[in-house]
Design a protein around this ligand. Structure first.
Ligand code: GUN
Length: 296
């Protein structure tokens, strides 16, 4: 099939990681700084475990230090806050990431607010959220920042385009919206955000030049929801049962890929589309934290 339609996230991510590898060697040799990322994982959510080990592996491969602390599901909010506080005050730790979701008895907002914004490589602290909305420099959430990198790499014009984002999560939908309307390169679009309160998603998605699906609903976007030639970005990572797989499941996106493919001009696959960019951008943010790019 039309290979050139496929947006290769693995390729873009490995290009970004290769550049970081070289910059990290220079930083180490010239300033004796080794970017260090500390990750806190609470509980035993299997998907979170996979993500955290991927983040640690990426650190090592680029030449960063990686710290991973695991706490049981029964850990208290105070224990979590105490670890974040220690890491906030440790000058050898540049980036801090608390893997989400946290167990229900821990207040996520309280934990995010406790992060030092200068070490918030996820860009989830309200200070960084505010900076993003105001168009000021700051840490930007990795997945939507990675989607902008895909647009850059493939020189996908967004200025003046109609972009529909489906899903309003704090991790993807909201920051994606807030990036795409900024008066900047690979943004400057007219953005509509659709969600569970939207009466007729098709009405909006059929008029979109670019559709970004990020609502966490397997195979939701069908060919009849998009216009001919639309660019489709699929952020979904849904596990669906598959007894032919050793793991018992397979990953599918929020887009019905086979249905949408013939009508799309470009499309991200799952896996290998947006996913690899999330870790690559986390590595970019960790480098920026180590070199104090935003907070002095
Ligand atoms: N859970 C799902 N995605 C993410 C992410 O990008 N960062 C964190 N901290 N948790 C997540």
């Amino acid at each position: 099939m039309n290979e050139e339609k496929i947006i290769d996230g693995k390729l873009v991510a490995s290009t970004i990681r290769e550049v970081l590898k070289q910059k990290t060697a220079i930083l180490r040799d010239t300033q004796n700084i080794i970017p260090t990322l500390a990750v806190l994982l609470v509980g035993d959510n299997p998907a979170s475990k996979v993500y955290v080990s991927g983040k640690a592996k990426a650190c090592i491969e680029i030449g960063y230090n990686s710290i991973v602390k695991e706490l049981p599901d029964s850990a208290s909010e105070d224990e979590v806050l105490q670890i974040v506080n220690e890491w906030n005050n440790d000058p050898l730790i540049h980036g801090i990431l608390v893997q989400l979701p946290l167990p229900k008895h821990i207040n996520e907002t309280k934990v995010l607010l406790s992060l030092n914004p200068a070490k918030d490589v996820d860009g989830f602290h309200p200070e960084n959220v505010g900076r993003l909305v105001a168009g000021l420099p700051g840490f930007k959430p990795c997945t939507p920042a990675g989607i902008i990198e895909l647009f850059k790499y493939y020189n996908i014009e967004t200025s003046g385009k109609n972009i529909v984002v489906i899903g309003r999560s704090n991790i993807v939908g909201k920051p994606m919206l807030n990036m795409l309307y900024q008066k900047q390169d690979y943004s400057n679009a007219t953005v509509t955000i659709c969600h569970t309160g939207t009466k007729d998603i098709n009405y909006f998605s059929r008029n979109a030049d670019i559709v970004i699906a990020a609502m966490g609903f397997a195979n939701f976007v069908k060919a009849n929801m998009i216009k001919e030639g639309a660019i489709i970005v699929d952020v979904g990572m849904n596990r669906i049962e598959d007894n032919t797989k050793k793991s018992g499941y397979r990953l599918v996106g929020d887009v019905d890929y086979n249905d949408v493919f013939p009508k799309a001009s470009m499309i991200t696959p799952v896996p290998g589309g947006v996913g690899p960019l999330t870790i690559a951008m986390l590595m970019v943010n960790t480098f920026k934290a180590a070199t104090n790019e935003f907070y002095h």
